[in-house]
Ligand binder design. Structure first.
Ligand code: LLP
Length: 439
């Protein structure tokens, strides 16, 4: 019975014939009720996420890796589903590395970039024997070599993260491959970097990487970064280094608006593979690091309307219980997220509401939306699967919100919201002195 029903289920977040917004084919209102959680709440479709992971993993040749950028959403059910589909993980901290390994990913499918890795983070990565620690400065190469020496490991596989000085059309805060960015090693410093690697008896150069930015909508822009990595590979191989892989980064964009289409993420893979072949590097493995493209569209943040506030100046505020602490993207990048009622009634009138959260910051403002008047009880903030919960905070002593994970049209797992007691204890429960007698 169940399998018959699940075969018909629509994947992802979409409306059914009755106008109800569903996750995995089941109305969000039903899912929230059956999970027994309050609002705000993130709801994700694990099947839709796994399907993108599978699509990307199978678009790659054998040995190549789709390393999910866990920073986009580190929830266990999501990471485990992607690892199950054959994805690796791209990490940027010792914490993300520990989380990825505990989700069962093979260390050979893990890459680690980060401009400021602490010694304990380097030690953790060395100890785990991951595919590549991606170094981002000559100074880091020297530190890594010293750590490998101190730990007495025979060798450490590393990659050079290159800063190719490529400008991409995206928000300034998420462009990473231009020469003013703190990330990666610039062309002028590649020579000294290679010398530092050659001097170290413990470091083995295995790969080259670049990540030029996030939310890239056109393959041509991605191609510019890929080309730079390929050209670097030609120069590095000519110097006698034997490489295993090229990592062309993530950044595959998604559309946050109805009027634009999301590019098929496999187009970025095809671009990278074609470019590698054209440069004579078709023998190398490809690593990609997408985050957003796997999860953004398949998660939604459901919020409850607290009340309207209609000012005499004519502005109609709609105040909701989700704030910038639950989804910081509008405040940080002026990002647009579609906001919709959970249920739409044909022919209902709509008015312009300015939707804002409860946080004491003017930037806690999601923008203007056409929504029913009187407003519905619940609203869905769409495309919140990436960089929503993973960037959430308890600012204003607001507990981290609950999460519902849906698979095959049923609630598979629930993470409860933090309780108020947990949230305020973290602030108030600070011991005045660490140990008796110390100051
Ligand atoms: N690899 C590296 C080295 C990165 O720095 C990033 C993102 C990714 C992969 C994954 O990028 P994605 O495929 O998700 O675009 N919080 C911002 C995005 C910051 C991205 C930072 N780095 C947002 O909400 O738009």
């Amino acid at each position: 019975m169940r399998s018959e029903r699940s075969a018909d289920l629509q994947q992802g977040i979409a409306r059914d014939g009755a106008g109800r917004l569903c996750c995995g084919g089941v109305p969000l209102s039903e899912l929230i009720r059956s999970a027994g959680v309050g609002t705000p709440v993130y709801v994700y479709d694990l099947d839709a996420i796994a399907a993108v992971g599978r699509k990307l993993a199978t678009a790659l040749p054998r040995g190549s890796v789709c390393a999910y950028a866990i920073k986009a959403n580190g929830a266990g059910p999501i990471v485990r589903a992607l690892v199950h589909e054959g994805c690796g993980v791209d990490v940027v901290s010792g914490g993300e590395l520990a989380a990825a390994l505990s989700c069962g990913v093979s260390p050979d499918r893990v890459v680690y970039s980060g401009v400021a890795k602490r010694d304990d983070e380097l030690d953790r990565a060395i100890g785990a024997g991951i595919r590549g620690i991606h170094v981002e400065s000559v100074e880091e190469i020297e530190r890594l070599s010293a750590r490998a020496e101190a730990l007495g490991v025979p060798y450490v596989g590393i990659g050079i993260r290159h800063n190719p000085d490529v400008e991409v059309e995206t928000h300034a805060n998420i462009a990473t491959g231009h020469d003013e960015a703190k990330f990666g090693i610039a062309a002028e410093d590649i020579g000294p970097a290679l010398e530092a690697i050659s001097r170290s008896p413990r470091l083995r150069l295995r790969g080259l990487s670049a990540h030029v930015g996030s939310q890239i909508m056109r393959e041509e822009e991605y191609q510019a970064g890929v080309k730079a990595v390929c050209e670097l590979a030609t120069a590095v191989r000519a110097k006698g280094f034997s490489l295993r892989y090229l990592d062309t980064g993530g950044g595959f964009g998604v559309s946050y608006r109805d009027e634009h289409a999301t590019p098929d993420p496999t187009r970025f893979v095809a671009t990278a593979l074609a470019e590698m072949k054209a440069h004579g590097h078709g023998d190398l493995q490809l690593v990609i690091e997408p985050g957003r493209a796997l999860v953004a569209a398949h998660g939604v943040l459901v919020t409850r309307v607290i009340q309207p506030k209609c000012s005499r100046t004519g502005r109609r505020w709609l105040l909701v219980d989700a704030g910038m602490n639950d989804l910081i993207r509008p405040a940080l990048y002026q990002a647009h997220h579609r906001i919709e009622p959970l249920e739409v009634t044909p022919g209902e009138g709509r008015v312009a509401w300015r939707v804002a959260g409860p946080v004491c910051e003017s930037s806690d403002d999601f923008g203007e939306y056409l929504l029913p008047d009187p407003p519905p009880a619940l609203l869905a903030i769409r495309d919140a699967g990436a960089y929503g919960r993973s960037m959430a905070s308890a600012y204003n002593a607001r507990p981290l919100a609950a999460e519902i994970f849906v698979a095959r049209g049923a609630v598979r797992a629930v993470r409860d919201a933090d309780t108020l007691a947990e949230t305020i204890d973290r602030e108030l429960g600070v011991p005045l002195v660490r140990k008796a007698g110390s100051v």
